[in-house]
Design a protein around this ligand. Structure first.
Ligand SMILES: Cc1cc2nc3c(=O)[nH]c(=O)nc-3n(C[C@H](O)[C@H](O)[C@H](O)COP(=O)(O)OP(=O)(O)OC[C@H]3O[C@@H](n4cnc5c(N)ncnc54)[C@H](O)[C@@H]3O)c2cc1C
Length: 430
């Protein structure tokens, strides 16, 4: 009987895997590949801050799962994964008609990513925006635009005073918080050029709040300090050693010192796998709800279930689990692809070993970070060159899904969209 391979989650890892397996096995009718996702289209998560600030258009840059499936021989089902029945080998999903349905599998891959972790901090769920998926990014963009628009009507009549600034506080000095903060001054400047001449980045008061003594712990201290300086030059406050203990409608309350007042509160302080994954179907899970996997990426308690990306807990020789990054999700997708084929052919499995190729942080029109080259150590990169590498990572992801020719067409189309993007977003507010 033809084997059923079900992949849940069409993100950085899952969609690459579904595409590769469809090309290899689906096209030859050697297996039936099914991708399940709660959304109907894919946006590469590392660019969500650009969707939130209107730099990237979700319309131009989305990949529709049904179309991708038709072209790469996999079936797509839209639905939210809710439960797992290992005895019957079925995943339970809530489909787009809000019905609970079972999808049978022989081999299952869980690739549902992660969600924001509020670490149980009171008030965060109620008052903060999380940047968890495209819907949240679009909501954040709409909130920002509504705020800018209402602010404009005030300053059209009166000159804005210092205390009238739009205060945006972002908790979490990791890549997400820093990249989002660095796009905001540009967003407000662009808003100003769309018929609202008085809007400029001086009217924004953006803070990045970090509990430890520096932002970007994944980067060397010197690079992180350089990025802090760049943020500060753009008028962004970087508050380190500031542990938030509570959020209320008027702002964040730190352990020490006064309230950090905010009109828009964003929480990017950490990630965990979704709560329902914890101990699901008696699989072993980590403190952050991730499913624990062997080096083959199979779960410790069921060889028919693989886990990749942010929701996998894959211990490395260093004694630490591989990080929750797109880089790791991509590498896991490649090993999982080979191991599924090896499993079907009764061949030995490959072992996943995470390779850190470096980290680059985009800062709107520039970027900074480190690139790691095997055997050659670390290289600091900065400026336009770093920005190009950051962009290249995205284009490589697109190329692995669409092929080179379509990716070039995508680049052209999204450039056109960028040109018109802000004007089209902001004219709705006029
Ligand atoms: C703003 C931002 C910047 C980042 N920058 C970088 C960076 O520069 N470099 C880097 O390496 N990483 C970066 N990351 C992290 C990176 O995005 C993630 O580590 C990566 O996307 C994880 O891939 P994944 O396949 O595990 O999950 P995801 O890419 O998150 O995909 C998960 C998929 O599962 C689907 N899903 C979720 N729940 C369900 C459910 N219940 N049922 C069905 N489907 C579901 C989602 O819709 C999604 O399509 C960044 C993240 C953010 C938010």
């Amino acid at each position: 009987m033809i084997k059923k391979i079900v992949i849940i989650g069409g993100g950085a890892g899952g969609l690459e895997l579904a595409t590769d397996l469809g090309d290899k096995l689906g096209k030859r009718n050697q297996a039936e590949i099914t991708l399940i996702d709660k959304n109907s289209y894919h946006i590469w998560k590392p660019l969500l801050h650009e969707v939130a600030t209107g730099v990237l258009s979700e319309q131009a840059d989305k990949i529709d799962y049904t179309t991708q499936g038709q072209q790469h021989a996999f079936q797509f089902i839209q639905g939210a994964f809710t439960d797992l029945n290992r005895e019957e080998k079925q995943v339970i999903i809530n489909n787009s008609n809000n019905e609970s349905v079972s999808v049978p599998y022989d081999i299952l891959v869980v690739a549902i990513g992660s969600t924001s972790n509020d670490f149980g901090t009171p008030g965060v769920k109620e008052h903060c925006i999380f940047l968890d998926d495209q819907n949240a990014a679009i909501r954040l963009r709409e909130t920002l635009i509504a705020k800018f628009a209402s602010f404009c009507s005030i300053i059209d009549e009166n000159e804005a005073k210092d205390e009238d600034k739009i205060r945006i506080a972002i908790v979490g000095g990791g890549a997400t918080g820093v990249e989002l903060a660095s796009e905001l001054p540009h967003m407000v400047e662009t808003f100003g050029t769309c018929g609202r001449n008085k809007m400029c980045s001086d009217l924004l008061d953006v803070s990045v709040i970090e509990a430890t003594d520096r932002i970007l712990p994944a980067l060397p201290e010197k690079t992180a300090l350089g990025i802090t300086k760049t943020l500060q030059q753009r008028g962004i406050h970087v508050l380190t050693n500031t542990m938030i203990t509570k959020a209320q409608s008027d702002g964040f309350y730190p352990k020490e010192g006064d309230i950090i007042s905010a009109d828009i509160m964003i929480w990017t302080a950490g990630v965990k796998a979704p709560d329902y994954l914890k101990d699901i179907a008696r699989l072993e899970s980590s403190r952050s709800n991730q499913l624990v996997v062997k080096p083959t990426l199979q779960t410790t308690r069921d060889d028919n279930i693989f886990v990749i990306g942010d929701c996998a807990y894959a211990m490395q020789d260093s004694g630490r689990a591989s990080p929750a990054t797109a880089q790791a999700a991509h590498q896991m997708a490649k090993i999982c692809y080979e191991n599924i084929i090896n499993k079907l052919n009764n061949k030995p499995m490959k072992l996943f070993k995470y390779t850190d190729n470096g980290t680059i942080i985009s800062l709107h029109d520039t970027a900074q970070g480190v690139v790691k080259i095997a055997g050659k150590g670390e290289m600091n990169v900065k400026g336009f060159f770093a920005l190009m590498i950051h962009r290249l990572l995205y284009r490589m992801h697109q190329a692995s899904l669409l092929g080179i020719v379509k990716t070039i067409r995508f680049v052209k189309a999204s450039k056109e969209m960028y040109k018109n993007k802000f004007a089209s977003i902001f004219t709705h507010q006029d």
